[in-house]
Design a protein around this ligand. Sequence first.
Ligand SMILES: [Zn+2]
Ligand SMILES: [Zn+2]
Length: 134
Amino acid sequence: MDYINLLKNNDLKVTPQRLIIVKELDTKGHMSIDDLYIALHSAFPSISLATIYKNINVMINKLFIQEVKIPNEKSVYELAKEEHAHALCVKCNAIMDMNLDVSKFIRKAETLSNYSLSKSSVIFSGICPTCQMS
Ligand SMILES: [Zn+2]
Ligand SMILES: [Zn+2]
């Protein structure tokens, strides 16, 4: 993926910090602000959590990064892609993307609630395959 063009196409100034943030999110997926801080700290020892937050929020506003809100946990971030569901491991906090069609689910929810629903966030939690074996 061309991270420089990704930033440019979204009218963002290309900075070394932003490039690393985008690359980390692209290659590792779901990362919290703390994970990003650890990843950036070696290259930019003076970087602060506030700076990372600010950069993430700018990129969320441009809609190419999205926040995954996890109940009772810190949010993680990923590059925006098609709507998908997540499976969360409660032991090791691993998160997996699943291409699950939630449209039927949403229609059922609309019938039950009489709401007109536009957004959904589906997170399943349990034990991942690695933790099941240990
Ligand atoms: Zn696990
Ligand atoms: Zn995801």
